[in-house]
Design a protein around this ligand. Sequence first.
Ligand SMILES: *[C@@H]1O[C@H](CO)[C@@H](O)[C@H](O)[C@H]1NC(C)=O
Ligand SMILES: *[C@@H]1O[C@H](CO)[C@@H](O)[C@H](O)[C@H]1NC(C)=O
Ligand SMILES: *[C@@H]1O[C@H](CO)[C@@H](O)[C@H](O)[C@H]1NC(C)=O
Ligand SMILES: *[C@@H]1O[C@H](CO)[C@@H](O)[C@H](O)[C@H]1NC(C)=O
Ligand SMILES: *[C@@H]1O[C@H](CO)[C@@H](O)[C@H](O)[C@H]1NC(C)=O
Length: 728
Amino acid sequence: MIFSSLTTIAVCALAGLTQGAPTTNLRSWEEAYAKAESVVSQMSIEQKVGLATGMGWEKTLCVGNTYASEDPYFPSLCLQDGPLGTRFASNGTAGVSGINAAATFDRKLMYKRAEIIGNESRGKGVHLQLGPSVDIFRAPNGGRGWEGFGEDPYLQGVAGYEYVTGLQSQNVIATAKHFLLNNQETNRTTSNSVIDERTLREIYAWPYARMLDAGLGSVMCSYNLYEDIHACENDKLLNQLLKEEMGFKGFVMSDWGATHSTVPSANGGLDMTMPGDVIMGDGLSYYGKNLTDAVERGDVSEERVNDMALRIAAAHYKMGQDKGYPETTLKTFDRQNEPEVVVTSDEHIKFVRDIGAASVVLLSNDGILPLSSDGLSKIAIVGSDAAPPSVPLTSSLNEEECTDLACNDGTYAMGWGSGSVDFPYIVTPTEGISRRAGESVEVAHSYDDWDTEAAAEVAQGADIAFVFAKAPAGEEYLLVDGNNDRQNLSLWNNADNLIQAVADANENTVVVIHSTGPVLMPWIDHENIKAVVWPGLPGQETGNSLADVLFGDVNPSGRLPYTIAKETDDYAAHISHEYNIEYTEKLEIGYRHFDANDIEPLFAFGHGLSYSTFEYEKIKVNTHRGKHDTLATATVFVKNTGDVDGHEVAQAYISFPESAGEPPKILRGFERVFIKAGKQTKVNFEFKEIDLSIWDEASASWTVPEGEFTVHIGASSRDIRQSATFSL
Ligand SMILES: *[C@@H]1O[C@H](CO)[C@@H](O)[C@H](O)[C@H]1NC(C)=O
Ligand SMILES: *[C@@H]1O[C@H](CO)[C@@H](O)[C@H](O)[C@H]1NC(C)=O
Ligand SMILES: *[C@@H]1O[C@H](CO)[C@@H](O)[C@H](O)[C@H]1NC(C)=O
Ligand SMILES: *[C@@H]1O[C@H](CO)[C@@H](O)[C@H](O)[C@H]1NC(C)=O
Ligand SMILES: *[C@@H]1O[C@H](CO)[C@@H](O)[C@H](O)[C@H]1NC(C)=O
């Protein structure tokens, strides 16, 4: 009951969509286990172990492959990166990053995005997509924060739920990662995460609990240690927390090379070792023959190996992959130039453009935006972040290409690492703006970030000057200028000086930032900076999505999925270089810390402007204790008081009773609603039992605390418009 809080939301999300492709063949866990049992019961120990053992790293089709079984038949499963699309594949779509999906604060868009990812990976014959990433964006410079859904566990939970539902509707198994407490890249394989039981559950395990409600098929355990034991052989994390307490029915696979043993891993709850090798490429394995030997010795029970095989087979049958699943076709070293299945489509490309526009966060605007084409004769565009990259943004199979996007020197639309995909093309900001502005408008540019004089010259005399800047980041195995986690929160490539130079030269300066996370903005008070636009990492249609918002074809409604602070030290958590990474901030992660310590952010969690204005009124709260799983509901009327139609993202934050020991307020609901100019709409929020519960360490259970709750509804975590109290 505790873990069923989002069920009704999913039904709504489904109802609002036209289905792109199969939701057929899906089975319940019960049906899937029955089918798995009938097959696995005929298998030898070797065959069962084969299901649990990766093989053929970089020699076969996918980044992970399991052994096939002939009699009884069970196929080799293809496991492929990553959270935003199919890696090492051409003719696919390079869509928006997870952090942009979060910035939409829109469940339907989150679902549709995952449905498209699933459609494409199914088209390539991928059985397991290695996403979503739900690693909490703990330190603001964490290298992989952009792959997931931001600093708030509730937002991560909703986005993770929609991802799993959308992806698995296409018969592809979702893999939620990284379990658990892998929140930085620095020392990710050698550090030990230290955390209390309550924070562990309320923040870091929370998104997984929500995804279990969506029938999540698999979980990837992480590189780091917890209680001095590697996550992938951690009985407390895998067996006790995930499988027993939370009731996970799917299987646990290791991150690539995160397995460190045979017996402790098998007994600690690891169901599949990936990519199979001890060290990638060495052909040795902790599972395979060594696991069979361990069963024969009695160090691992046969029952445990049955359980591994059953869990894996059940996930496969649950997703209905035994009926008409497409053949696997991906790029490999041997077949780089063979024709590929085309999985992208005009519909997918249009969706990427639309969700890209829906995830643009307008941080500030003195009215200069939207641009009107009337009277516009010259636009200046400054910065390499608006330029085409000098190398094709395609994957690492060929050394001369751009290894997992780490070498991108042009406009920034995706971070680097295993979470990146090939770009079939990229519409640069210059192209997007030029096309939309039309031929009568002159667009002049200067792309050299170090030539501030040239920048000022181009900016001078233009009706408006756009200055583009970036802050890249990515996964540990690639270092760019010493960064995977970012070494600082500043913009790259001399950008602060460039912005200053442009703003000094043009009184209508607009700053556009493509960043993997928060950055410092020392120039923010410059009087000539009239707007700051934050498009995140929008993928291949980046320039078009941006132009849609700049010219007002789309009224912006993106919201920050993390806090942008004034100073680095304002944040609760930072990258640790110690063996023990101490989660001392406990529940006060992200905006909760700013609230608890009265620190004013530069731009608050949940912030984002519109070209319209919205008023909130008539909050009402009802309680339903004892009657439903929903313990309270709140309604509010939101009115569009501006001149243009648009979306508002109404957010509900809960203040718990004092005795609960929670931070001042916590996100527990959001609704993105479209409201025509002058019209109003009623927005509903439902608070389930879990939404109003805390993890009570004394009783080791989720408990609704006694006392007075307050619900705050507003346009951001720092823009509360209506509040009401209730008791249960
Ligand atoms: C498929 O991808 C290849 C390699 O990028 C490209 O040459 C070809 O034009 C693509 N085909 C289609 C139909 O998009
Ligand atoms: C992907 O979706 C398209 C459009 O609905 C559909 O025609 C196609 O069959 C789907 N692909 C797969 C592999 O399911
Ligand atoms: C597998 O077992 C053999 C024999 O006991 C042992 O020598 C080898 O180190 C083991 N391999 C791994 C990867 O543990
Ligand atoms: C921040 O890091 C970037 C990337 O390594 C570097 O180019 C820049 O100089 C650094 N900025 C500061 C202020 O240290
Ligand atoms: C962590 O990384 C730093 C370098 O960033 C290194 O000096 C240190 O030894 C590492 N610590 C551990 C425990 O791996």
